[in-house]
Design a protein around this ligand. Structure first.
Ligand code: SF4
Length: 429
């Protein structure tokens, strides 16, 4: 029996698909990549309505590539909209977030059953009932791994459906996570990205905290680098920043969701900070780690974002010394509080605001690269070889291109950043 795996959305989903793959492999199910698998596992995302649409398209495409396969759909879209997913032609089994970790059990039961008629049904319970944490770790390429340390969220920001899709904030224990990091080191992995939904909230289910976690991970031998995927500004404490600044392993790379540079909009969004706190965090990082890469999430056109508030936000962002804006266009999510806000931004205006933010981001990224010319950094080269070239990233997330040299792949290598290719946005060394 063979299975094919399809993942949409975030790194957490990729890590979870990888765990499902390992569990199915233990049942003797081989991985199929060329079509005609017996089972297809689709791990979906529902961050926007575009993501929902992509999931529906992907499921149809997967069914046509694997016409005789049993199609099992799980993930956030399956949890939030099980009926819509179950109604797609060819879908056999829909498993919500709480059932995701039991997917292998369903398949094992199916394999044991005598008649082998396809598993079918829709199994998605209430998100409040999801309490279990399922550990996962996936290998992104030869060098980088994504390690899930936390899941779920208790914040209920007004625009976000994630708490309804993934349930309450919960985490693995530091002891178990350290063990997983040690296994990565044994496999030869050099970089681990810590992933989760609200990872700064780590520790709720084990009476620990994120600061303790990073201190414990810092001691794991042979892992050269840890990155924190994204952390809420109010949870990025001074002690965490000071620790990262002094650690030789935690990368000077921060991804912090701001969402708006207007206090009025932040309030409507139900965010737990004001823009002054955000500016203070960024300036603290710059003071401790001047060359840190700071990426910021921003939402364009959320309800209540008037022209005036958008201008205020844009001005705030222009002055913020960050390297990149991750721009998201607001998308209505069923069941969220933002739907109760009367003021709406037209689709054309949302598009225009997104474009302005993306343009600003491009300028900021180029400025950041220019500011790094002449500096010394350490790169870990990845295996990707294209036209005799190899690529890698520095700790502060600068892309590096070099002539291929197999002996340097998956090694921490010191480089001097003299030649910047502005067109490709990478340093040539
Ligand atoms: S912190 Fe807010 S935006 Fe982030 S997952 Fe939780 S509810 Fe959603």
């Amino acid at each position: 029996m063979t299975a094919a795996y399809y993942t949409l959305g975030c790194k957490l989903n990729f890590a979870e698909t990888s765990s499902i793959g390992k569990q199915l492999e233990a049942l003797g199910i081989e991985k199929e990549t060329g079509g005609n698998a017996d089972i297809c596992i689709v791990n979906t995302c529902s961050v926007t309505d575009i993501a929902d649409r992509k999931c529906r398209q992907a499921i149809r495409r997967i069914k046509s590539l694997n016409p005789r396969a049993m199609i099992v759909v799980t993930g956030c879209y399956a949890q939030l909209n099980p009926a819509a997913v179950g109604g797609i032609d060819g879908v056999d089994l829909v498993l919500g977030t709480g059932e995701k970790a039991k997917l292998a059990e369903y398949i094992a039961d199916y394999m044991r059953s005598e008649k082998k008629t396809n598993l079918s049904g829709v199994k998605a319970g209430a998100a409040e009932d999801i309490v279990e944490f399922s550990p996962s770790c996936s290998r992104g390429n030869r060098t980088r791994y994504f390690l899930k340390v936390q899941d779920g969220c208790d914040y209920y920001c007004s625009y976000c459906a994630i708490p309804f899709a993934r349930g309450k904030s919960r985490n693995g224990s530091i002891k178990d996570i350290v063990k997983m990091a040690e296994s990565v080191a044994i496999e030869g992995g050099k970089e681990i990205v810590l992933t989760g939904i609200n990872i700064g909230d780590f520790g709720k289910s084990t009476n620990e905290d994120f600061f303790q976690l990073i201190r414990a991970l810092d001691k794991v031998d042979k892992v050269e680098r840890f990155r924190i995927s994204s952390i809420e500004p109010n949870l990025l404490t001074g002690e965490i920043l000071e620790f990262i600044a002094s650690s030789g392993k935690f990368a000077p790379h921060f991804h912090i969701p701001l969402q708006s540079g207007s206090d009025n909009v932040l309030k409507l969004m139900g965010r737990r900070y004001k823009k002054a706190l955000f500016a203070e965090k960024v300036s603290h990082i710059r003071k401790l780690i001047p060359n840190a890469f700071i990426g910021v999430d921003v939402i364009a056109g959320s309800p209540g974002e008037t022209n005036e508030f958008f201008k205020e936000s844009l001005l705030f962002l222009k002055e913020l010394p960050v390297a990149k804006l991750h721009v998201f266009t607001y998308s209505e999510r069923k069941g969220t509080k933002a739907l109760e806000i009367n003021h709406r931004v037209s689709p054309e205006e949302k598009k225009d605001r997104s474009r302005q933010l993306i343009d600003l981001s491009s300028n900021k990224t180029l400025d950041f690269y220019r500011s790094q010319v002449g500096k010394q950094q350490q790169v870990i080269y990845e295996h990707s070889v294209k036209g005799g070239k190899m690529h890698g990233f520095t700790g502060n997330y600068l892309k590096i291109e070099s002539n291929h040299d197999d002996s340097l792949v998956n090694q921490l290598v010191s480089v001097t950043l003299n030649v910047l290719s502005e067109q490709d946005l990478q340093f040539i060394v």
